[in-house]
Design a protein around this ligand. Structure first.
Ligand code: ATP
Length: 603
């Protein structure tokens, strides 16, 4: 059977990435290690560009966000408070026949006839195995093939001439209990914690256990007070961090999409609870669910902030070349949402491996999740560490004091209910929770609250994969002799392209061309990633740059010295040719204007 088109595309992409030095398998010379990837010279530049663009747009270009760079290993109590120790797990199961491992919740639903066996015996030795087993067959398939698979299963348990026992057939619908590849029954799903464990210090006892962070976000919560106190920011404000995260994924797959070591870019944007906003501004405004809502307003509650951040993130993706039609959105349903979350919108990218529905539409796979997480995270750390995570808001205290008594009661009551819900859901005994919630409600009236948070959380590696898939295109050219050649052009947005400009002397063996090209290259390299290449025909060199995704090639030729031959600019010297990657068009500009021309396009 032919490979599906999308797999062919992924294979081509992976092979290009290896051939051109974007992505290599980690530890390849030792056979690789599953779920780990290295970025080669071009990949490292691409990744650096993406991270710098995120950092700059999230922190330097905003008044209301500051940065953080925390450690990867933190106090293990952080992961107990966040819930990761108890609940950060995926259900895992194994094929009883091949031992292949699956994430139980990701197995495609299957229907058909399941053939169950209570056990088997060896007809030569009378040895018996009483372990039950089953095989699922598509409706209409002969039961013989189920019996053959079952015989293999019992043979693995030491039987030689297998006689199956207690056969029974059952119709099965939408089951995830069988291996989709061979129909074999799977082991029952068991939760598998995704955190990598390690030991701090030399004794390596249970008391020394620590974890590699599975997300960058928790450090932001743990350092919230320090950042708030030192940055002179007032709520609403955000703290951004990017860096490595580690998850021992059950089944790493789809190239770098699901890796075991990856990088995240996360923002925790702290906002006032809606009750505080209402006390200060009179009412909480919501914004339409479509389009960018514009500049943030003091009257925004969590809904408006959540929508704002979804739209800000979409703008970011559009600004680096992922057009809206390549993206998708998934708003988590109430059943999917964590109990403390108010909303979560995933921004998806339509990857070549993303599934199609029956109409052929592709929803896409997650690039980033933007969650409205209430005050859960800071509250958890407050309870767990015993250190206050609340802030004092003078504006709220003044505004609250001026409200009519019935409004004060209404807002306090709403805040009380929200805190009570959080506390009881977190396992605090009812009486204790009631008293604590009452204290929180009284605190609100005095200008105190635990900030709520909106969390846009993106993966660097998934974005790199999206940018590569989005940029990948092939052109077929036929030469004068009728010979066709297909080559790859990576159409990166100039902002993310690993190499921004390649400077090429038209001919290598003309010293004046080579020297001039080298001088131009030297003048550019301090401002952007530039490349100098003199080897091979000019056509070959253009093709090499197209494959690397370089948006502009600058050629130094004879007209640079002798002056332009024809046209309105005839005789003008010291110009260079700029060749555009995507349409091959060329234009001449003065060498002295080159830097400004390029900077306007690559930043
Ligand atoms: P998924 O459901 O795909 O496992 P998630 O919802 O668990 O992802 P989050 O915990 O919200 O992911 O992490 C935020 C972002 O980190 C994701 O949107 C994704 O871009 C990135 N990410 C998460 N897990 C991985 C991984 N194993 N490999 C690469 N990137 C990842």
């Amino acid at each position: 059977m032919a490979e599906p088109k999308e797999n062919v595309l992924m294979e081509k992409l992976a092979s290009l990435c290896k051939r051109r030095g974007f992505i290599f398998q980690s530890s390849e010379i030792y056979g690789g290690i599953q779920g780990f990837w290295d970025y080669g010279p071009l990949g490292a530049e691409l990744k650096r560009n993406v991270k710098e663009l995120w950092w700059s747009s999230m922190t330097r270009m905003r008044d209301d966000v500051v940065g953080l760079e925390a450690t990867i290993i933190m106090h293990p109590a952080i992961w107990r408070a966040s819930g990761h120790v108890d609940t950060f797990s995926d259900p895992m199961c194994d094929c009883l026949l091949t031992k292949k491992r699956f994430r139980a919740d990701q197995i495609e639903l299957q229907s058909g006839n399941a053939y169950h066996f209570t056990g088997a015996k060896d007809t030569t030795s009378a040895k018996e195995v009483s372990e039950p087993y089953a095989v699922l067959l598509a409706a209409g398939k002969p039961p013989e093939s189920a019996r053959k698979t079952a015989a293999q299963f019992y043979a693995q348990r030491g039987l030689q001439a297998v006689e199956l026992l207690g056969e029974r057939m059952e119709k099965v619908e939408n089951s995830q209990r069988f291996n989709p590849e061979n129909g074999s029954l799977l082991t029952p799903p068991v939760p598998f914690n995704l955190m990598f464990k390690t030991y701090v210090g030399p004794t390596a006892t249970e008391a020394d256990v620590a974890y590699l962070r599975p997300e960058t976000a928790q450090a932001i919560f743990a350092q919230f007070k320090n950042v708030h106190e030192t940055s002179r920011q007032k709520v609403p404000f955000g703290v951004a961090q990017m860096g490595k995260a580690f998850r021992n994924e059950v089944t790493p797959r789809n190239y770098t999409f699901r890796s075991r070591e990856f990088e995240q870019m996360e923002l925790e944007f702290f906002i006032k609870p809606d009750e505080a906003v209402e006390a200060i501004t009179g009412s909480v405004t919501t914004v339409p669910e479509t389009g960018h809502p514009g500049e943030p307003q003091p009257s925004w509650g969590w809904q408006a902030w959540h929508h704002y951040w979804v739209q800000e993130r979409v703008r970011f993706y559009e600004g680096i070349g992922l057009s809206l039609d390549t993206l998708g959105f998934h708003r988590q349903t109430p059943a999917e949402l964590a109990h403390y979350a108010r909303a979560c919108t995933d921004i998806l990218f339509k990857f070549p491996f993303s599934k199609r529905d029956e109409q052929g539409n592709v929803a896409g796979d997650e690039l980033e999740g933007i969650a409205a997480r209430s005050d859960f995270d800071l509250s958890q750390h407050e309870r767990s560490s015993g250190k206050s995570m609340g802030i004092f808001d003078e504006e709220l205290r003044t505004a609250f004091g001026k409200l009519p008594p019935e409004k004060q009661t209404e807002l306090k009551d709403r805040y009380y209910q929200a805190r009570l819900k959080y506390l009881t859901k977190s396992g605090v005994p009812v009486a204790e929770a009631g008293a604590a919630a009452q204290e929180d409600a009284d605190g609100l009236a005095k200008g105190q609250y635990i900030p709520h948070v909106i969390e846009p959380s993106a993966g660097v590696d998934r974005l790199i994969l999206a940018l590569l898939a989005n940029a990948f295109s092939e052109v077929t050219e036929t030469d004068a002799k009728g010979k066709s050649e297909t080559r790859v052009v990576l159409k990166f947005h100039p902002r993310v392209a690993p190499i921004k400009v390649a400077v090429l002397p038209l001919l290598k063996n003309k010293p004046e061309l080579a020297a001039k090209a080298r001088a131009i290259f030297e003048s550019l390299r301090g401002h952007m990633m530039a490349f100098h290449d003199e080897a091979g025909s000019i056509g070959r060199r253009y093709a090499r740059q197209d494959e690397a995704g370089t948006p502009f090639c600058v050629t130094v030729d004879f007209e640079t010295f002798e002056g332009i031959k024809d046209g309105p600019q005839a005789g003008v010297k010291d110009t260079v040719t700029i060749r555009h990657r995507d349409d091959g068009k060329q234009e001449r500009i003065a060498a002295s204007e080159l830097l400004t021309w390029l900077l306007a396009r690559v930043r």
